[in-house]
Design a protein around this ligand. Structure first.
Ligand SMILES: Cc1ncc(COP(=O)(O)O)c(C=O)c1O
Length: 464
């Protein structure tokens, strides 16, 4: 036998100082090559034909063309990513919020390589490895500081984390099966999460199971908004006694339009849930790590009410956090995969950076990025863009503005113009459609200035 038992816990091969040093050198060497990718540029003559061909090929194999002429080369740097046609784009959507530390962050890459040197590619709930334990421990330790959440169960995406949360709520509160959700909610793409989602375009041709009832989101123009939503909530419960298993909500409406709500909006509803023993399920798939605290329930100071919390995206895998009461019976949740060894290791690196490197808190870097980006959009709106970039706001690294006339057509055109001019953004909401950003936490002043220039040029181009 080649190596001794001392290679086990605490002396793992891939964490040994020698291997760590080799990984750091490897990552530094790759990173060195990418340093030139520090600003935007258009497609390069020698790569245009190749780009066109591979973009078309993606469409050919998936039966639907790409939204953007985008296929990453695998190289990037901070807020910038290189595309197969030789262009470099400023990426302000980050795979819909996955790459929170931007592209090629050395610590994320080092962790991923370390994980990739594990003996297995994928980890699962039946055969977990040390990354599974370490990440579980980190998550539960952080979550339990300001809530009663005590356990975590991994899955590979936000939708599956949601399915597990719903099963936990229904099992504990059986035979109650109904869900109360927000108008304009988004919960994912599985059959049940599509049912929970309030957007007909995302479930065309699917049957309705009539298991979700809705209350209105906070409306800042209505002084009685909180009372109205609570009243609707109570009406639903009164009409369906002992039938409501859970209240599912995003701490900030994501896909539904990047709309925020104050603590005072949530608390009376959450108090009522507590009284009625309805599970409070906070869907943090989009908000996790992005609001200036690790969890948005901390930012909103509502952690004491939360029974179930789903996270994914920035974690690099999916997970459901739950309290003692909602710990399901054996057999209810399982699933082959809990994430790849690389993604679990990278999730830990992200958590560590977010909590230890000055990102959190009222004067942390997340809030600084928010303030400077929103400030930049407000300035453009008041000056050159002449009211065509309205209502800039959001929470932390999730920011949006309503551009032009807020119509689907104009916003989609603007997104293509932005892309041509070097920026990847996306939309959210309906009537109005909004321009949406999931900003990387590593954005600096220079990046925000460049983003402002691209935005200004693109809005003016649309106004011509
Ligand atoms: C609030 C929310 N819940 C759930 C999901 C679904 O996550 P996933 O796409 O990883 O399945 C998303 C994805 O955007 C989301 O924003």
């Amino acid at each position: 036998m080649g190596h001794s038992i001392s290679k086990l816990a605490g002396h793992r091969i891939q964490s040994s100082p020698k291997i760590q040093k080799m990984i750091a050198e490897l990552v530094a060497a790759v990173g060195e090559e990418e340093k030139s990718l520090e600003s935007v540029r258009g497609p390069q003559a020698e790569a245009i034909d190749h780009g066109k061909q591979v973009f078309e090929e993606v469409g050919k194999y998936r039966g639907r063309p790409l939204n953007y002429q985008y296929l990453g080369t695998g190289a990037g740097h901070g807020a910038y990513v290189e595309v197969e046609d030789g262009s470099i784009k400023m990426d302000l959507i980050n795979g819909i919020g996955v790459h929170i530390f931007g592209h090629s962050h050395p610590k994320m890459r080092e962790a991923a390589v370390r994980g990739a040197l594990s003996d297995v590619v994928m980890q699962g709930n039946l055969g977990p490895h040390h990354e599974y334990l370490e990440l579980s421990k980190m998550l539960v330790e952080h979550a339990s500081k300001k809530s009663r959440l005590k356990y975590v169960w991994f899955s590979t995406c936000g939708s599956m984390a949601g399915e597990n949360a719903l099963k936990m709520a229904r099992q504990k509160n059986t035979p109650a099966k109904l869900v109360i959700a927000m108008q304009n909610a988004f919960a994912g793409r599985s059959t049940m999460m599509a049912e929970l989602t309030d957007n007909p375009a995302y479930k065309e041709g699917l049957p309705s199971y009539h298991e979700v009832l809705r209350i209105p989101w906070f409306d800042s123009s209505n002084p009685r908004s909180s009372e109205d939503s609570l009243r609707k909530f109570k009406e639903i419960v009164a009409a369906n006694p002992k039938q409501v298993a859970t209240f599912c909500f995003e701490p900030m409406l994501g896909e539904g339009g990047y709309r925020t709500a104050p603590r005072e909006f949530f608390v009376p509803i959450l108090e009522f849930c507590r009284e009625q023993k309805i599970a409070v399920w906070c869907d943090e798939v989009q908000t996790f790590m992005r609001t200036g605290e690790l969890f948005a329930f901390e930012t909103l100071e509502i952690g004491e009410y939360v029974d179930l919390c789903t996270i994914a995206k920035t974690l690099q895998t999916g997970a459901t956090l739950y309290t003692e009461e909602y710990n399901p019976k054996a057999g209810l949740v399982a699933g082959t995969f809990s994430g790849s060894s690389a993604s679990l290791a990278a999730g830990m690196a992200a958590l560590k950076m977010m909590t230890e490197e000055g990102y959190l808190g009222k004067s942390g870097h997340v809030q600084k990025v928010h303030d400077s980006f929103v400030g930049m959009m407000n300035r453009l709106n008041e000056t050159t863009c002449k009211g065509q970039l309205r209502e800039a706001g959001g929470m932390g690294l999730m920011v949006a503005a309503t551009p032009l006339d807020g119509s689907k057509d104009k916003v989609n055109k603007l997104l293509q113009v932005l892309y041509k001019n070097g920026m990847i953004a996306f939309s959210c909401g309906r009537d109005p459609y909004r321009l949406r950003f999931l900003l990387p936490a590593i954005m600096n002043t220079k990046d925000v200035e460049l983003a402002g220039k691209i935005l200004e040029t693109s809005i003016l181009e649309m106004m011509q």
